[in-house]
Design a protein around this ligand. Structure first.
Ligand SMILES: N[C@@H](CCC(=O)N[C@@H](CS)C(=O)NCC(=O)O)C(=O)O
Length: 192
């Protein structure tokens, strides 16, 4: 469920060999000096690649897309800017409210769930999903009409909207997310 799955998905798409080190955030392993030396924020994921120590899952994915083969990197400056736009849009605007919905509909024990908070968050997301749906109408993918880091970063957030049924009635966004979910790399990481 963590943000690390976003980077795992990217690595699987790239077919890039990697070693996954699980850091247990429940027992504070992420706050130990060994891990803080890699990410001083004490959060997962973090990437070690040669001399590079990198955190922030979406930044890691942009790095991986550029470093390894560039097949998932948009080919123009404009395309790369749009990929960043969608990535920031998803993680700053959509993700906080989406996590509230998931928490209060699926994760918390029944007595701790607040239907009001879930509904408030759902109302905040609705216009964002409308924007996504309109952007994807008549298109298969977000940028350059081919699968790129923009789809990995944005799709890794929006998959929770698919799971919670929030994409119902947004046919282009729902079809896009289902298209992404059919990818072998996606299934390998998320369908466990
Ligand atoms: N914006 C960061 C979020 C990192 C983050 O909050 N990671 C969580 C897991 S999803 C974490 O490490 N939580 C443990 C903690 O904060 O102690 C990213 O996308 O990489």
């Amino acid at each position: 469920m963590s943000s690390a799955t976003r980077c795992q998905w990217m690595l699987e798409e790239l077919g890039q060999p990697f070693e996954l080190r699980v850091v247990n955030t429940q027992n504070g392993e992420n706050k130990r000096p060994e891990f803080l030396a890699i990410n001083p924020n004490g959060k997962i994921p973090a990437l070690v690649d040669g001399a590079l120590r990198l955190n922030e899952s979406m930044a890691i994915n942009f790095y991986l897309a550029e470093r390894y083969g560039q097949a998932l990197l948009p080919s123009t400056v404009e395309g790369r800017a749009l990929a960043m736009q969608w990535s920031f849009w998803a993680i700053t605007n959509v993700q906080p409210s989406l996590l509230t919905v998931v928490l209060h509909k699926m994760i918390l024990p029944a007595e701790k769930r607040s239907p009001e908070l879930a509904e408030e968050a759902r109302e905040k997301i609705a216009p964002l999903l409308q924007v996504l749906d309109e952007a994807l109408t008549g298109r298969q993918y977000l940028v350059e009409d081919r699968f790129t880091v923009a789809d990995v970063n944005t799709g890794s957030v929006l998959r929770l909207a698919l799971i919670t049924g929030l994409l119902a009635g947004r046919p282009a966004a729902e079809a896009w997310m289902q298209r992404l979910a059919e990818r072998p790399a996606f299934k390998k990481v998320f369908a466990r």
